[in-house]
Design a protein. Sequence first.
Length: 199
Amino acid sequence: MNAFNTHQLQLILLRPGATDLDEQGRITGSLDIALSANGKKQVQRSSAEIANVTIDRIYSAPGSAASQTLQQLAQFKNSKIRVDENLRNVNHGLWHGKLVKELKENQPKLFRQWQENPELVHPPGGETIDEVRIRINRVIKQITRKHKAGTVMVVAAEPIAGMILCELEGSDLQTRWQTNGRFAEWTWVRSKDGASVAS
């Protein structure tokens, strides 16, 4: 699937900056957590990198980290922003707040499967990858229906950011699945040839 192969519409995928829990190596998922001091600095660096980009519309995940990330991007303060619940990060249920290394040490087989084949893992009290895909594709369809040209920014954290890229590229989830480690990074999804180009 490549919903953006229209030769006119382009998309920028921006991850929010890091939170304190991210920096502690914990599973944050859909928890609503503010940016850390370092996360704010990360966003400032990204702000300088995309200072000359004109954005026609912004679709953002809900939550403090996403909203604070946008607040720090002064050049987009007059842009139209739609907060979309479908962009809420993956609900990891009872795994929320747990140390990643704790899960790796206590449940090594499950952890390895979560990293290598996340579609097969359903955290207790969380949601399945198929459920997340349904949400993602609602957003993609909405964007392509409303925007036939120009540049749209989507603000979403990992791992849902990687899942969005997979849906647009038609690639395997394993190629983009990252549960942490990418903060305030942005990726162009170019409509001309359908390629994704990471900054």
